[in-house]
Design a protein around this ligand. Structure first.
Ligand code: ADP
Ligand code: MG
Length: 333
């Protein structure tokens, strides 16, 4: 590795995030050394973001640093794990120090917020691509798995759905929404909040969980398949943000088809909310906890034994979810 690259790592990626006591050796050696607490299991996840595929190459580098970490922390949240350590493999087309400074600032700020330390990585040259590996831990046997949903479980989601998908439409099709709402949904796309706090609060109360990166229908579908169950969800219960509703009620709403508006909360990706299932006997405990801790999550349906995902519209009719997908967004402006 060239001297220049050592300097870059020293400048931008040493001391990034929190300084943790359980890091025996961090950035600078051939590998890091970490000590895992007793009676816990290690939870590991990795995600790559490629320019032009997962993000627009001219996106704000500070937001990109945030998002590269956020999507990985979101995976740990979906396992019910406490995040601790991350590695960062960066492939850069050129050395742009202003870009690196902003990227590492966005990354480090979010790492600090969740007590996470950057403990190593790799830096090479090539087309812009970012791979983060996130590691955390969970009490033995208490991780949330996709294969653990049971008939009768209630299905919850955190936050709101469809904002990031609407933002992508707004950017790609240059839709004219009111500025405040437009900024709000774009920040949901570019700076998603990993639901770590929510996941830790719900420790012990959840059967199965997943984070919503590809859209509710697709991601909940993974839980159903792996748990060998089905589900009924109520379209009218899907949580929508004030910004989403304001855009939908605005005179500019006709820029998208009715069907597109209906599909965004169901099938658009990138929201990074959690979808989790709860045994019906635990409903009271979960609802009081959500209320007491000010956690934004709501019940959208129920798991049942009959396979498949049934989505009930507000008029009581079934919505045919097998026909839906991203192709509905194409040419809808
Ligand atoms: P090696 O050649 O042994 O793989 P490197 O020269 O790639 O080591 O990296 C030197 C040190 O810098 C290692 O501790 C590695 O983990 C760390 N490192 C390299 N790139 C990054 C990065 N982008 N972020 C954090 N740490 C990094
Ligand atoms: Mg290396």
């Amino acid at each position: 590795m060239a001297v220049m690259e050592f300097e870059l790592i020293e400048r931008y990626f040493t001391g990034c995030g929190s300084e943790r006591d359980d890091v025996v050796l961090g950035v600078g050696d051939d590998a890091a050394i970490l000590s895992l607490p007793a009676m816990h299991e290690l939870v590991v996840s990795t995600d790559t973001l490629v320019a032009g595929i997962h993000f627009l190459p001219d996106v704000d580098p500070c937001s990109l640093g945030h998002k590269a970490l956020a999507v990985n922390l979101s995976d740990l949240a979906a396992m019910g794990a406490r995040p601790a350590w991350v590695t960062l493999a960066l492939t850069l087309p050129q050395v742009d120090e202003a870009w690196l400074a902003a990227f590492s600032q966005g990354f480090s700020a979010l790492a600090h917020q969740h007590g996470v330390q950057l403990i190593g990585g790799d830096t090479s040259s090539g087309p812009l691509s970012i791979t983060v590996q996130a590691m955390g831990f969970v009490e033995k046997g208490r991780a949330w798995r996709r294969d653990a949903a049971k008939p009768g479980d209630l299905i919850y989601v955190t936050g709101t759905l469809g904002d990031a998908g609407l933002a992508l439409q707004a950017i790609q099709q240059q839709l004219a929404f009111p500025q405040h709402e437009r900024d709000e949904i774009i920040s949901r796309l570019e700076k998603p909040t990993p639901r770590i706090v929510e996941a830790r609060a719900l420790n012990g109360l959840v059967n199965a969980a997943i984070d919503l990166s590809d859209g509710l229908l697709s991601d909940l579908g993974h839980i159903l398949k792996q748990s060998d169950v089905g589900a009924v969800i109520e379209q009218g219960q899907l949580p929508l943000s004030a910004a989403f509703c304001a855009c939908q009620q605005n005179e500019m709403a006709a820029q998208l088809s009715d069907e597109c508006w209906q599909m965004l909360p169901l099938s658009a990706g990138d929201d990074y909310e959690l979808c989790f299932t709860v045994e019906p006997q635990k409903r009271g405990e979960v609802e009081s906890l959500l209320l007491a801790q000010g956690i934004d999550a709501c019940c959208i349906g129920v798991i049942d034994a009959e396979s498949g995902l049934r989505c009930v519209q507000e008029n009581g009719e079934l919505f045919h979810t097998d026909k839906v997908g991203y192709e509905h967004f194409k040419g809808s402006a």
